[in-house]
Design a protein around this ligand. Structure first.
Ligand code: SF4
Length: 500
């Protein structure tokens, strides 16, 4: 495995935090009008190096990196040599180096999910702020692909900080309207943006074009005035800070409204509350909380009555609360693009939801709706942070639950993708047996909180199909149906044969 390196700057100071060794890689699919490195654009050329040679070289400079510095891959477009960069990053991370990539987002996307988790700082070049300008500037109709790249960073496991850069060319983006568009473009990554820089366009690369005999598309355009570029940089940073402030204020408003809504449904009777809290004392969740703090926790949580059919949270809700079901059942679902409801989980007494959202600060991706009248203990984020965040018992419970849910979701996907209607119905009944089945003399009794339609949504079948299949299973003697809400499973082995 070899990569093609155009040049190496052993002690760079501008391409990432601290002092860094910068590898400028060969190859770039874009053709930016202002590119001052036209000699890096070809994919092959320069010096061939293996990842091991890269690590050996940087080890000589390691003592200069200090706390912040490290190794940067720039270009050209480093992601174009995705496999090579990934191999280098793997070795560098194993040795504990700080890593940085300077990219326009146009590489080999196959390696993004492997590369991005290994990157500490991403320097993102934002070329233009709309589709036509992007095309004019880079000769590639890639604005949408660029936006997709930004939106995919989280999904691809990027967890570092982002420096956003824009080269300002006089007459193109040196105006306030462009800066406003700029800030809107980086909105999806705002939580990771650490710095916004405006780089003034300069003409130091023009000579290279003349030497290489390539026409220079910005011929005659004067360099950008550095002072003006700085003023626009300050303006862009101010806009960004205002956006963040507004967003925080909006979020706080949502949190307060939600808190008020939950408070309004709070169980009124002090005696009932005391009984619930007494029962909660037995939960492992409170194991690590000091006895004196348990009372404080009970003072801060809300014990809410949620009526069957009411929403507890919905997609996009900020991670402000964790919900512990004291009594009742809740379904977790999404509305699919076909307008169907796809149920993922049914939660019941003792289950909790939202712990992982609080830990990793991601909004809710699903909808939580009460299937029956529920009593839900609502734990605000501040309470969670104060009393539970550092508790190994809580962290373990959240991780175990998350793992169970991933397994459950994987099984669901497999069931939906590979099973016929009989298999799906049998699989669903077996899940319900495990979850809510009660052994009786007649068989395993399932008291359902879901309608036939919801059973269908849970198993990926239409209401008519699940009704027909349940009827068939009844005819075969596998189950007995009592009204619409009770199923007695008579022959569990027969059901198991469908799914094994
Ligand atoms: S992305 Fe960078 S290397 Fe590629 S053409 Fe543009 S300025 Fe040049």
């Amino acid at each position: 495995m070899q990569g093609y390196i155009h040049s190496i700057e052993t002690m760079g100071l501008v391409d990432g935090p601290g002092t860094r060794t910068v590898f400028f890689l060969q190859g770039c699919p874009l053709r930016c009008a202002f590119c001052h490195n036209p000699d890096t654009l070809k994919r092959v050329g320069g010096r061939a190096m293996t990842p091991e040679e890269v690590v050996k070289l940087v080890s000589r400079y390691r003592s200069y990196y200090g706390e912040e510095g490290g190794v940067t891959f720039s270009g050209g477009e480093p992601l174009l040599q995705g496999e090579f960069v990934y191999e280098c990053l793997k070795l560098l991370k194993r040795e504990g180096y700080n890593t940085c990539i300077d990219t326009s987002g146009f590489g080999n996307p196959r390696f993004n999910a492997q590369i991005l988790p290994l990157v500490d700082t991403l320097i993102l070049d934002v070329k233009a702020f709309d589709r036509q300008s992007f095309l004019d500037l880079t000769t590639i109709d890639g604005f949408d692909a660029y936006l997709d790249f930004l939106a995919s960073l989280d999904r691809n496991g990027f967890n570092g900080q982002i420096w956003v850069r824009h080269v300002m060319v006089p007459g193109l983006t040196d105006n306030k309207e462009s800066m406003e568009k700029f800030i809107q473009i980086i909105k999806p990554i705002r939580n990771k943006v650490d710095r916004i820089e405006i780089l003034p366009y300069h003409t130091s690369g023009v000579k290279k074009y003349h030497e290489l005999g390539i026409p220079y598309r910005l011929e005659g355009v004067e360099p950008m005035d550095k002072k003006r570029a700085k003023e626009f940089e300050i303006y862009a940073n101010k806009l960004f800070a205002d956006e963040l402030r507004q967003e925080r204020a909006d979020r706080e408003k949502i949190r307060q409204e939600k808190f008020k809504e939950l408070k309004e449904r709070e169980v009124a009777s002090e005696q009932e509350k005391a009984e619930v809290f007494q029962a909660l004392r037995g939960l492992p969740l409170l194991n690590d909380v000091d006895e004196v703090d348990v009372e404080a926790v009970f003072n801060e949580v809300i014990l809410s009555n949620i009526k069957a059919g009411e929403l507890i949270f919905k997609t996009g809700d900020p991670p402000d609360f964790m919900y512990l079901i004291y009594e009742g059942q809740m379904k977790i679902y999404v509305n699919t693009v076909d307008g169907e409801e796809q149920i993922f989980y049914i939660y019941r007494d003792g289950d909790f939801v939202g712990g992982l959202n609080l830990l990793v600060q991601t909004p809710y991706r699903y909808i939580g709706q009460a299937l029956t009248d529920c009593k839900v203990v609502v734990i605000p984020k501040a309470t969670f942070d104060r009393y539970f965040y550092n508790s190994p018992v809580v962290l373990r419970s959240v991780l175990v639950k998350s793992f169970e849910r991933i397994r459950w979701a994987e099984e669901l996907i497999q069931r939906l993708a590979t099973s016929n209607a009989s298999m799906k119905t049998a699989g669903l009944l077996l899940k319900l047996v495990k979850r809510i089945g009660v052994e009786t003399e007649e068989g395993i009794r399932l008291e359902l909180s879901m309608s036939r339609e919801e059973l269908g949504n849970y198993s990926g079948l239409r209401r008519e199909t699940i009704t027909r299949k349940l009827g068939e299973f009844k005819e075969l003697g596998y189950i007995e149906l009592i009204g619409n809400r009770v199923i007695i499973v008579k022959d569990i082995e027969a059901l198991e044969r469908y799914v094994l």
